[in-house]
Every structure is written in C-alpha cells, then in structure tokens.
Design a binder for this molecule. Structure first.
Ligand SMILES: O=C(O)c1ccc(O)c(O)c1
Length: 242
C-alpha cells in the first residue's frame, strides 16, 4: 500500500468549533479539557477500502433503493451531483461518499425520531456511491423536508442532506451537510450558524442547476466538496448525528 504519511488534523480555527452553545447538544459533546495530540497509527491511516463491486446498482438512488413494491419514494425528485477536489482543484477519484437525510415530510427513519410527519414506507433515507476517475458523484433522491428540533424556542432545521466523504482510512473521514439555495431557514439555523464566515456557509449551499435538471423528471443541485485550502468545504466536528 502507498504510504500516505501521517494524517493532517483539521484546522479548528477555520472549521466549526466543537463547543457552540447555540447548538445545545454540542455542549455535552465537546471536550472540556485541552486536547492531547497523538500521532496517528495504522488503525487511523489504513483502510478499510471500498470497491465498486461492493456497491449495489441502486445504492445512489434513494428514490428506489428502499421501495418494497414498485412505488418510488414520495417527494420532489432531485439530482444532487458534484465533484470532490483537493486544494488545487485536482479531482479525488474512487472515494466513498455516503448521504443520509429526512423524507419529504422532514422525518428520519430512525427510532429516536418521533416527529408528526409520517414515515414513507418507500423511503429509507441513505445512499452511497464512489467518485469516478474525475472525482464526480451523483445521487437521485427527493428533497428532504425541513423539521423542528428540540434545541430551544422554535428552532427548525433547513432542508439538508448529510454527507460523509471517506478518504483512504477511518481517520480521514469528513462529514458535512448540504443545504439548498433559497431556503429562508438557513440563516436561522443554530447548526448552520456554527460556520463562522458567511462565505464559508455559502459553500454548503447547493445552487439549483437547471442545466443538469431533466424536463418532466427532476431538478438538479450542484454540491462540490473541496477537502483543503482557501476554498475548502466546512466540515463538522462530530462524527455521528442525524
Ligand atoms: O446534533 C444534533 O443534536 C442534531 C440535531 C438535529 C439535526 O438535524 C442534526 O443534524 C443534529
């Protein structure tokens, strides 16, 4: 295996900090003592690797990958596509990209989600794919609904899709959320507001792209992910979450 060298830690002065009291669950999740700096080792720097032969044909089609009969998922059909790049715009090929999201009513298929909106029996909410040789990926899905969450007052999550990019090893995994152009809930969201700079938050908002939409079928949203550098995508400080 190629020696990729030690992992480069994320710059916490740029990415959202772990402790953001406006986002209440971050308080208990964030460290209260200074961090120790440990060298990464083989368990962080190597594998597991995922190959194309491990993916099912519908893994990147959330409209069809959970259907029990012939019925597709309920909702506004959308294509989410983009490219994963490094700081020089060089594509990142063959990397696993996974997404998870609420259904069209704003409800997750998760035992802890008890929101009034019903589950859609034909929608699971998870998908995965591997970038091609030019770093491109695409998912066919439905637009997730916004939903209220128990953070305080009347907080709502904007429509969003959770995105994980795997890299070459466990220690490289990066997680973020994609928002939708024009959603008025974005500037009101305490989680979106953990991103300190307006320009960096704009990088998480996918523009509508009519050129990639398909007439009479789906709209398209473009979400590029930049791993490092001046135009880097903002990543989360936690590894789990809905
Ligand atoms: O971390 C959380 O508490 C939390 C709550 C609601 C969400 O939609 C989410 O993405 C995270």
């Amino acid at each position: 295996m190629t020696d990729l060298g030690p992992l480069i830690p994320r710059n916490r002065m740029v990415h959202p900090p772990a402790y953001t009291p406006g986002y209440k669950t971050s308080v208990a999740r964030s460290p209260s003592l200074p961090l120790l700096s440990l060298e990464s080792g083989p368990s962080e720097e190597t594998g597991p690797m995922f190959g194309h032969n491990q993916l099912g044909a519908l893994d990147n089609n959330l409209i069809l990958n959970w259907t029990k009969g012939e019925a597709p998922a309920v909702g506004e059909r959308i294509l989410v596509y983009g490219r994963i790049m490094d700081e020089r715009g060089k594509p990142v090929p063959e990397t696993l990209i996974e997404i998870w999201q609420a259904n069209a009513g704003g409800r997750y298929r998760h035992k802890k989600d008890t929101y009034f909106a019903p589950l859609d029996p034909n929608f699971g909410g998870c998908g995965r794919t591997i970038t091609d040789a030019d770093g491109n990926y695409q998912f066919l899905t439905i637009r997730p609904g916004a939903y209220p969450w128990p953070n305080g007052g009347n907080d709502w999550r904007p429509m969003h899709i959770h995105v994980s990019v795997y890299g070459h090893s466990f220690g490289q995994r990066l997680i973020t959320q994609m928002y939708f152009e024009g959603d008025p809930l974005i500037p009101l969201c305490p989680i979106a507001n953990t991103v300190r700079k307006r320009g960096d938050l704009d990088g998480l908002v996918a523009p509508l792209d009519m050129n990639m939409s398909r007439p009479h079928d789906f709209l398209a949203y473009k979400f590029d992910i930049v791993l490092r550098g001046r135009r880097q995508t903002m990543f989360e400080n936690k590894m789990e979450g809905m």
